[in-house]
Design a protein around this ligand. Sequence first.
Ligand code: AGP
Length: 619
Amino acid sequence: MCGIVGAVLTEGSVLEGLLGGLRVLEYRGYDSAGVALGLEGGVSIRRKAGRIEKLEDDLRAVPLADSPIGIGHTRWATHGPPTDENAHPHTDNQRRLALVHNGIIENHSELRAELEAEGVTFSSGTDTEALAHLLGRELDRSAPSLAEALRRALRLVHGYYAVAAMRFGDEKELVCARQGPPICVGVTPEGSYLGSDVLALIPHTRDIVFLEDGDVCELAPGRMEVTRIDGSVVQRASHHVSWEEADAGKGVYPHYMLKEIHEQPDVLARTAFSRIDEARGDVNLGHDELGDGGWSDALLQSIDRVQVAACGTALHAGYIARYLIEGLARIPVDVDYASEFRYRDPVLAPNTLALAISQSGETADTLAAQRLAREKGCTPAAICNVAGSTLVRESDAVVLTNAGPEIGVASTKAFVAQVIAAYLLAVRLGRARGVIDRVQGLELVRELRLLRPSLERLLSEDHVAEIKAVAGRHLNAKGFMFLGRGINYPVALEGALKLKEISYMHAEGYPAGEMKHGPIALIEPGMSTVVVNSRGLVADKARSNVEQVRARGGQVICVGSDPESLALADEAIEVPRSSEWLSPVLNVIPLQLLSYEIARLRGCDIDKPRNLAKSVTVE
Ligand code: AGP
């Protein structure tokens, strides 16, 4: 999704800060980039298709004059191909202002026709340019400020947007607005800043305001004013974001994804260990940024059903959450794609907890599903990684995952954190409802502590070398099948998603029991099958799947702690034993590393895979 940055300073030049902010937001996925600086009475705009390096080359070749006010943008093309002309920022015909936008202006064609009939000339094929001209028209109609011009223009717009605009007329004016995709702002005496997410603001301030849908914000050094689109002034609380700037760097790793894979033992500790209450044989779901997280015993005891909605990797964590909550707390759980749930007019039982799972907390489908569930009387809850996100703000109860910023587009540490959070929630639910007694609870929470050495072992140099060798032997497979049973079947889905999204190889994940109902037709020499199998209730069933695949000439890579399955397979990747409930946390590690190593050998852009965005804030 597009990245937006902006700044207005008391003095000095904003350009380097804008480019730095765009680089931090690269992980969101984009195909063009641009900046605009405010000059006395106008704007100067530079924009290039391709990576930020191309924009920087252009700026080195023909430098821009210093300016204390500017905006920047990385565009993920929706309307109009990624060309220099379609890149943002856009301006009006008098080049008085610059504007950048993330989202979709659904009535852009009508607006364009209306403006062209008034003599406006367009220079791009984007929906965004219509908004830039609308802004110019409101200034022509004597709007007293850029903020008021933006409020008037947005009242004519249908769709969703995070938008920032600026001009440097009699004074420096920097404004932004939100309806859907996130935008946040930070104010310091030296300057004020805006960005698509906190990572762009952390270098300047960690006290950050997250705008809400319908907000319009006017920024100046040391000052901000938030209004609603009707002009009424509102107050928005500031959040102190504890992420360190270093968290957002790659450190010693070649890719964010590899760094984040290796962060997972720490993510386990940050997400779980401080929440363990051994004295009570229980856990607490609170968080220092969110108090008790809203999980009162009254709420927990009132829940008769759980409805999970999520997308992608988060959905796979949701499938695992079903096994955990049903298995440990004995509450029925339904799970659905958020993109399906939001349009199927679901029938929801009373006393249903609507549990949305999301790393970013900004995924459009997941937000829409959660809002629909709330409208239908459910209690909205979330497992989420971003404290100030829309999903967290719109939920009555939250388990924050403390994974830190996840930059790699392919989710790894956030998935493990989501599974751990689901385990914590299942234990808390079971204890609050008397389904789990104190002794059982103590045993369950102690299992969490046992995970850390196993995670460390799975991330050791020896184990990584073993995975590299397996990757090399399967680099040119015709395709991959990932199979698992029980609580590990969603791990198979996740392994397939990881491989396809960063190596672009065809990979399918299935419940292993489904093989004989069709997928087994795909098995032949050259087809690689990964079977995830841990000791437990269905180990013997998954073991027979290993034999079925091998009997048809398929190569099997077995991942897990079931010795018989490992002995049967062509490739054995052993995983330390653990509680079956927590085996997904361990089994997913070799799958993350396998996809990473295959993608690396295939020379893929691991942190920014083609066509993908880190947070899908539009439909
Ligand atoms: C996972 O590797 C993908 N990047 C994608 O499926 C992602 O999990 C999905 O878009 C949901 O994102 P969210 O967790 O931020 O809601």
